[in-house]
Design a protein around this ligand. Structure first.
Ligand SMILES: Nc1ncnc2c1ncn2[C@@H]1O[C@H](COP(=O)(O)OP(=O)(O)OP(=O)(O)O)[C@@H](O)[C@H]1O
Ligand SMILES: [Mg+2]
Length: 453
């Protein structure tokens, strides 16, 4: 049965976008445009998850959270907070919210989080648990020598207090590794606070990190805690660390070395007890060589360095990742697909995966949506995966013929799947509507649907 989700937000646009995205994921989605309406719905029916904005005019997100935790403790609550109100977010988590998400966020972040929460709940048989614990640990597939090496380093350095720099291409799993480190450390029951350095405007960076005193600058109408204070006792994860403004790198270094911070406009230092993890997908050493990143800060961050290898260098992980995500998406999509077929796996092993595990995960999800047998077959996989140089085609056919046939079958099938809704089909295939029309004409695909308006 589909999971029931209630989304509460007074921002109509946000409400629409979010509910559509969750609906597309196969959840049973209800919406409420304010806190009063949300609470009424929550009283009338039990939800597996409530996603609720904190800042609403009538009933605040805190009130909604309190009421839901009182009347239906097993309902998970995710709070949405505005950028810059991280203190609210932390308060929400203390009040029992399972997670918080800071606006603006990519939709993928929310859908990914929701999927993870449900998946964990199902595996543990309890949907009220926090997004911590063994779930993250269990969800990490690691079969290859490359990943085993990563984990043997993590075994040693995670329980220590040392700062760790996590490097790797986009989508290799740096985020997951950071959470894993936190969970394997003595701080596991304390806060894990991820901060995306690229998402903070540089003029606000210092205040966001270290906090500010009332009146420190125009607009500072009250005292504010920074990330360092909020993460006190726990782990601060500085994601995309190279995006940190250069002029603040000195101050950051000082904070890491002395474990003391000074608020903007403050007059004295306060001690903080944090462990810092940092991640980057660019070559930080090169940045240092080009004087774009302070060398001393670099060395301070990389007491240990963990490089998560790209997927193409650890093909042994592909099969276990397929099994993991088949069961993951079976639950989400309500399907009973057995496996990703051997021909597809063989193809996957030859592909370069520029988007790494994230890309593989998306391809599996899409394949499972299209699949109408019990195994994801070549037909359910996007054609670009067939375009790799060195692919062995059936002898006697030209590449052009193969591609033509494949494209034709694939597009026809997608169109059938979506009831000839060309717009939807184009979306699903990741191409523009006009490209789809062109392709249909080129391949001689006839569609009976009325033209798009
Ligand atoms: N070893 C793994 N086992 C299972 N899932 C994984 C693994 N590595 C990554 N994933 C999944 O792939 C997706 C991308 O991972 P993650 O966000 O950790 O990557 P990242 O390196 O932080 O990416 P980016 O550079 O874009 O920030 C996530 O959905 C994550 O759960
Ligand atoms: Mg990341």
């Amino acid at each position: 049965m589909a999971r029931k989700i209630l989304v509460i937000d007074d921002d109509a646009m946000m409400l629409t976008i979010l509910s559509k995205a969750l609906d597309k994921e196969g959840y049973d989605v209800y919406v409420a445009k304010n806190g009063t309406e949300g609470l009424a719905l929550a009283r009338a029916s039990r939800f597996d998850l409530v996603i609720c904005d904190i800042n609403m005019p009538d009933v605040s997100g805190f009130d909604v959270l309190r009421e839901i935790k009182r009347t239906s403790p097993s309902t998970m609550v995710i709070n949405i907070t505005a950028f810059g109100s991280i203190k609210d977010a932390v308060k929400a988590v203390h009040m029992g919210a399972v997670e918080y998400v800071v606006k603006p966020f990519p939709l993928e972040e929310m859908t990914g989080l929701v999927g993870r929460l449900f998946n964990q709940g199902e595996e543990s048989g309890d949907s009220s648990r926090h997004a911590t614990g063994d779930d993250v640990v269990n969800s990490l597939v690691c079969n290859s020598e490359g990943m085993k090496k990563v984990f043997s380093i993590l075994e040693k350095c995670a329980p220590s207090e040392s700062n760790i720099l996590i490097t790797g291409e986009n989508g290799t799993g740096k985020d997951l590794v950071a959470r894993y480190i936190h969970l394997k450390s003595p701080r596991r029951d304390k806060i894990f606070l991820p901060v995306n350095c690229a998402a903070i405007p540089s003029e606000m960076f210092e205040g966001e990190m270290f906090g500010h005193e009332k009146g420190a600058f125009t607009g500072a109408s009250r005292n504010r805690e920074g990330m360092f204070s909020l993460a006190n006792g726990g782990t601060l994860f500085l994601d995309e660390v190279t995006s940190m403004p250069p002029e603040l790198q000195g101050k950051m270094l000082r904070a890491l070395e002395s474990r003391e911070i000074m608020k903007v406009g403050g007059s004295g230092f306060e001690p903080v007890d944090i462990r810092v993890l940092a991640a980057t997908n660019v070559n930080l050493a090169e940045h240092v060589a080009n004087n774009r990143f302070r060398k001393d800060l670099y060395y301070r961050l990389k007491v240990f360095e963990v490089n998560v290898p790209p997927l193409r260098e650890r093909v042994e992980d592909i099969e276990p990742l397929c099994s993991y995500y088949v069961s993951f998406y079976n639950k989400r999509l309500g399907k009973t697909i057995r496996e990703v077929g051997p021909a597809v796996v063989a193809r996957f092993k030859k592909y370069g995966w520029p988007g790494n595990v994230r890309e593989l995960k998306n391809v599996i999800e899409r394949g499972m949506i299209l699949c109408d047998s019990d195994a994801v077959g070549l037909r359910d996989i996007p054609m670009e995966l067939f375009g790799d140089v060195g692919d062995a085609l059936t002898p006697g056919t030209t590449l052009k013929d193969e591609m033509h046939n494949y494209e034709k079958t694939f597009i026809t099938k997608v169109l059938q799947k979506v009831g000839n809704d060309r717009k939807k089909a184009a979306e699903l295939m990741g191409i523009g509507l006009s490209s789809l029309y062109r392709k249909m004409e080129e391949l001689g695909i006839k569609s009976n649907s009325p033209p798009e308006n």
